[in-house]
Design a protein around this ligand. Structure first.
Ligand SMILES: Cc1ncc(COP(=O)(O)O)c(C=O)c1O
Length: 419
């Protein structure tokens, strides 16, 4: 049985949360770390610390073995191949690598299509590629109440489109996009498909091959792992053709005075000493998630978001506005909302309690920790008619009681701030 209260016992920080009555609901930003992950990192430093792929002495071989086995484990978790699993700092670095290297590989002017639902890390790298290499970036509108469909993409691709890059799950609205059909149709048209899986890999079963994509990005810290480690997963075919992104040690076979020969994948994309303890910690996080089963995690979060939306309907708080699909089948555990100061006024901008005030007060009044701001998704936030929202986001250790505390906080803030 999936039991969030039992799961909490693995998280040392929950001792503090219990002492101080903290309800942590900012998991889309980052997740807490179980003891298993912390121990794996400490154990590596206490017993096997060495650089990898260098020394042929005992500890060096042990560290290399731990690093390689971590890669195999993480690759298998999302259905990819070890050589197609590149370690980077985070999803942001993965998407920068993809945008830069793939654009140089294609080598001529073309169009790249993204949606308005994207996190800045799937927008700005393309804007930089556009400034640097002259490609055209097109951002298509996305409906705030439903997932993207193949029809949306079909209407927006042109004969010049060579890349489509989309988020799997919106970090602002929680929308789950069904990307399989989109990927299949793009491949039939010879268009490369990139998936930002930062908000899906931690929360549901994700299989790289099922998505029919070429490249996929995710971050370790959003899935119980340490910060500073993330993954760009790709088909070996595309990664072999893509030029290196950064130069230095580890990523070469040979270096001459005027040129170099790149290493094979994955090392070709891993210049310099890697984040060894990060890979080991992320592998321990993957084991923790595998033990819980990704299907059960998705089911648990679906239950929490369904409960949240039902409770919102039931309480019918006049000042509260929330965003995103209402169907839990296409909605992850993310709840973005605002509170109107003057419930009589329809004026969208300037009529909200500032989400920073909501975040501050929710913590002070009820110990509820939610994020506020544009959540690095400004185009989508502004499309809601606001500059910022408050956002609660759930994970494996959250309960229906946590949702009750969230609404207690919202009701209390309403009484204090709303006319
Ligand atoms: C959908 C999405 N993509 C990308 C990122 C970037 O992740 P990171 O900051 O770990 O690189 C985030 C982070 O919130 C996200 O939610």
């Amino acid at each position: 049985m999936f039991d969030p209260v039992e799961i909490r016992k693995h998280f040392p920080i929950y001792e503090r949360f219990q002492r101080e009555n903290i309800v942590y609901l900012d998991n889309a930003a980052t997740t807490q770390k179980p003891k298993e992950v912390i121990d794996a990192i400490v154990n590596y430093y206490e017993n096997s610390n060495s650089n990898v792929h260098r020394g042929v002495y005992r500890i060096g071989e042990e560290a290399t073995d731990l690093y390689n086995k971590s890669r195999e484990n993480i690759a298998g978790f999302t259905g990819g191949k070890p050589e197609g699993t590149i370690f980077v700092r985070n999803a942001t670095e993965a998407l920068n690598l993809a945008a830069n290297s793939l654009t140089r590989m294609i080598g001529k002017k073309f169009e790249v299509l993204v949606s308005r639902m994207e996190h800045h890390s799937n927008i700005v790298p393309w804007q930089i590629a556009s400034d640097t290499f002259g490609i055209r970036l097109k951002m298509m509108e996305s409906n705030i109440d439903r997932p993207l469909s193949w029809g949306d993409i079909e209407r927006n691709i042109t004969k010049d489109t060579r890349i489509v890059s989309l988020t799997h799950v919106s970090n602002l609205l929680g929308t789950i996009n069904d990307l399989r059909e989109i990927g299949k149709n793009l491949h039939e048209r010879g268009i490369y498909f990139i998936v930002d899986a930062a908000q899906s890999v931690p929360h549901m079963p994700v299989n790289f091959r099922d998505l029919n994509c070429d490249l996929m990005a995710f971050s370790g810290h959003k899935m119980l792992g340490p910060s500073g480690i993330g993954v760009l997963q790709g088909t070996p075919e595309i990664l072999e053709d893509m030029p290196p992104y950064m130069g230095g040690g580890e990523m070469i076979k040979e270096v001459f005075e005027d040129h170099f020969i790149a290493a094979d994948i994955p090392e070709k994309f891993e210049a310099g000493t890697p984040n060894i303890e990060g890979a080991i910690g992320l592998s321990a996080a993957v084991n923790f998630l595998k033990n819980l089963r990704m299907e059960s995690i998705r089911q648990h979060e679906k239950d929490l978001i369904a409960y949240t939306l039902e409770k919102e309907d039931e309480l019918n708080i006049p000042s509260l506005i929330s965003y995103g699909p209402r169907d839990p089948e296409v909605r992850g555990g993310i709840y973005s909302f605002n509170m109107r100061k003057n419930v009589e006024s329809e004026r969208p901008f300037g009529n909200e309690v500032h989400p920073h005030d909501i975040s501050h007060l929710a913590d002070r009044i009820e110990g509820v920790e939610v994020r506020s701001g544009h959540h690095c998704a400004m185009p989508q936030t502004v499309s809601l008619g606001v500059y910022a929202t408050a956002r609660a986001s759930f994970y494996i250790y959250n309960t229906r009681e946590d949702v009750d505390h969230l609404f207690d906080a919202i009701e209390k803030i309403g009484k204090r701030m709303i006319k």
